[in-house]
Design a protein around this ligand. Structure first.
Ligand SMILES: C[S@@+](CC[C@H](N)C(=O)[O-])C[C@H]1O[C@@H](n2cnc3c(N)ncnc32)[C@H](O)[C@@H]1O
Ligand SMILES: Nc1nc2[nH]cc(C(=O)O)c2c(=O)[nH]1
Ligand code: SF4
Ligand SMILES: [Mg+2]
Length: 216
């Protein structure tokens, strides 16, 4: 093998081992959604997603090859520059990667670890909170159901209520249940979500509050 090919293949091996990861962006902000809405948090957005949600609000994340590959040491060093110690791993679809090494290092440095995932790939990593947002576009992997702490279903169509119930029947009984309006259809679906949650009080509402605040 030529030197260049050797370097390329060893880089792929490091990504496969979860020691280096493609990073689209990382930013310190306020968690806008779900259980930890309002908490300061450092977001680590991994590049790459093969789920293909038609209404995805970060389509530019989908192509993994577009983003720089950083070592987990560098990712965590960048996170440590901010005072908050809540890290949210998102994407793209973060479970395309082995998140064991990154979450281990984050925890060693004192972070609480949360994930935002569609659950479309096998679960990995040591997480304090797993936010599972299943998608019709790619079936969740069965490994997500027992570990989900929060089920957050985006409502973009009337059939999404039935899809939400179908997934609620598979998660563990302590999993918190939330419905989140798809941003561009929020005026159409928020009133229906409000009535649904009033009738079915095992559900709660999640809004993308960062978009109202106009922050990342
Ligand atoms: C961009 S995704 C990245 C993490 C992972 N791929 C996932 O889908 O859970 C982060 C969160 O935003 C939600 N989301 C994406 N686009 C949205 C939209 N247009 N309106 C409301 N929520 C959206 C997803 O369902 C998920 O809960
Ligand atoms: N502020 C803020 N909160 C978020 N919660 C989940 C997000 C995501 O894209 O995963 C997100 C995001 O992009 N920004
Ligand atoms: S799974 Fe997440 S990142 Fe992937 S397309 Fe759907 S919302 Fe976007
Ligand atoms: Mg977002």
């Amino acid at each position: 093998m030529k030197t260049q090919e050797l370097i390329a293949s060893s880089k792929q091996d490091l990504v496969a081992a979860g020691l280096q990861l493609p990073i689209m962006e990382a930013f310190y902000t306020i968690q806008g959604e779900g259980r930890f809405t309002g908490y300061p948090a450092y977001f680590i957005r991994l590049g790459g997603c093969d789920v293909g949600c038609v209404w995805c609000d970060v389509k530019e994340s989908w192509e993994a090859g577009k983003w720089p590959v950083l070592s987990i040491e560098q990712i965590v060093e960048d996170a440590l520059a901010h005072p908050g110690r809540l890290a949210v791993i998102t994407g793209g679809e973060p479970l395309m990667y082995d998140l064991g090494p990154l979450t281990k290092l984050l925890k060693e440095k004192g972070f609480t670890t949360n994930i935002e995932t569609s659950g479309a790939h096998p679960f990995s990593g040591d997480f304090d909170w797993v936010c599972f947002s299943p998608k019709k576009f790619k079936k969740p992997h069965p490994s997500i159901y027992p570990v989900a702490d929060e089920l957050k279903v985006v409502v973009a169509h009337k059939s999404d209520f039935a899809f939400a119930e179908e997934n609620a029947g598979k998660v563990n009984p302590l999993c918190e249940l939330r419905l989140q309006p798809e941003w561009s259809k929020a005026s159409r679906f928020t009133p229906e979500i409000v009535e649904y949650v009033k009738r079915q009080p095992n559900w709660k509402i999640s809004l993308q509050t960062h978009k109202f605040m106009d922050i990342p």
